[in-house]
Write a protein that binds this ligand. Structure first.
Ligand code: SAH
Length: 392
């Protein structure tokens, strides 16, 4: 096995079991390993640290598969995937739900591997050269552990470019058709476009929060900003909202949302195509107001380097939302930016309330569902945070 030897003292994060090695920490690589090949990680003093996948073109030059010396092979993926899938087995027992994340990358000990189950289909997303190299073994293990009938690959995230990998969208195991399927989440039906949908087709991490919004929506006039296929909007409608207005900039997302509304017999929502930043201003100028506003924007800050610009964007939309709330109104506001931590996000929202002139309170803190665990040794996995705020 080829060896990657770290610079003196640079083994500290690995000793805390953080699974990444950055290129700046590398003293030398012995043995000429190819992309994705399994290598050993060693300290400058000759101490074995881990076995990892080598990503020569990436800033993250190695990702740990295991902390002990072992072969990385079909059996390794079989074990890890079986464990991850079994951990999800009891999660959704009492819910009418058939969409769940089965494998959540680093947090399940499988860097670069995400697998989402949508009914009989598993959508696989491979985002590192290490994961990419083991595609066949991962697909077979997923089929076996999940009992699903087919695997779709949606490895088209931008991060693949950093790894020198081309995008892949294809049927990997089982039938190619249909590419439009329907999933059930807490009793609501959602269409998922396997080929063109965002991420793997659906934002599974917000499942519990969508249900919470359903519980809070009764009798309220609801605005869902950044609605995608209508997840929060339709939950609000199902929860007895008085009216639902939903905004997204993507015509395709809104087409899915309208279809979903129809499929669930919840056709009364108003679906608006546009930029939320502008729409919120328009509502303000029209003196429109709401009793419950959901803001679930895309990732404004993928890394801490984008935090400042992202902070301005979060500040802006939350400020406007606070202004549009009626007395007693609720704001459910989210950030899925890895580069903006929970503390910073709360500070930004506090600044928004201050500038909007409202004395708001946090009444709940929200995060991803249990199928999106956060490994304590991998804080980067803790990307989704939400606050429910109430204005007086
Ligand atoms: N709440 C959704 C997920 C939202 S994902 C759910 O529960 O499924 C973020 C969405 O924001 C995407 O659908 C994207 O099309 C949309 N979007 C991105 N920038 C936008 C903007 N400036 N204005 C409106 N929508 C935007």
């Amino acid at each position: 096995m080829s060896k990657l030897i770290l610079k003196a003292g640079r083994e500290k994060s690995l000793k805390r079991r953080h699974p990444w090695v950055f290129s700046g920490a590398v003293a030398k690589v012995q043995g000429n390993p190819g992309p994705g090949e399994t290598i050993g990680l060693w300290s400058a003093t000759g101490e074995f640290l881990a076995v990892a996948a080598y990503s020569p073109t990436s800033q993250i030059v190695a990702r740990v598969w295991d902390w002990k010396e072992r072969a990385i092979d079909r059996a390794f993926f079989g074990e890890h995937i079986k464990r991850a899938v079994e951990q999800r087995r009891t999660l959704l027992q009492d819910t009418d739900t058939d969409a769940v994340r089965l494998v959540h990358g680093e947090s399940d000990g499988l860097p670069g591997v995400v697998a989402d189950r949508y009914g009989d289909t598993v959508v696989l997303q491979l985002s590192s050269t290490g994961a990419d190299r083991w595609r066949a073994e991962i697909a077979d293990a997923l089929l076996e552990a999940s009992g699903a009938g087919r695997i779709w690959e949606r490895s088209d995230a931008d991060v693949r470019q950093l790894e020198g990998l081309a995008p892949v969208t294809a049927a990997l195991r089982g039938a190619r058709e249909p590419t439009r399927i329907t999933v059930t989440e807490n009793g609501l039906k959602f269409g998922v476009d396997l080929e063109h949908g965002h991420k793997t087709g659906f934002y599974l991490d917000q499942r519990d929060n969508r249900r919470r919004v359903r519980e809070l929506a009764r009798g309220r006039e609801v605005l869902d900003g950044f609605c995608y296929s209508g997840g929060f909007a339709l939950n609000a409608a199902a929860g007895g909202a008085k009216s639902v207005t939903a905004v997204d900039s993507s015509a395709e997302a809104l087409a899915l949302a309208r279809g979903n509304a129809e499929m669930n017999g919840l056709a009364q929502a108003e679906w608006l195509e546009g930029d939320v930043f502008q729409m919120l201003r328009r509502f303000r100028d029209q003196a429109r107001s709401f009793d419950l506003i959901v803001l679930d924007p895309p990732k404004f800050a993928p890394t801490a380097a984008h935090a400042e610009k992202a902070a301005r964007a979060y500040k802006d939309i939350n400020l406007l939302a606070f202004k549009l709330l009626r007395p007693g109104g609720l704001l459910a506001t989210f950030s899925c930016s890895g580069g903006v931590g929970a503390d910073l996000f709360q500070k930004i929202v506090a600044g928004s309330a201050l500038d909007a002139g409202v004395q708001a309170q946090i009444i709940e803190r929200l995060g991803p569902g249990a199928d999106h665990p956060v490994a304590l040794n991998f804080p980067e996995g803790d990307y989704l945070k939400g606050l429910i705020c109430r204005v007086p």
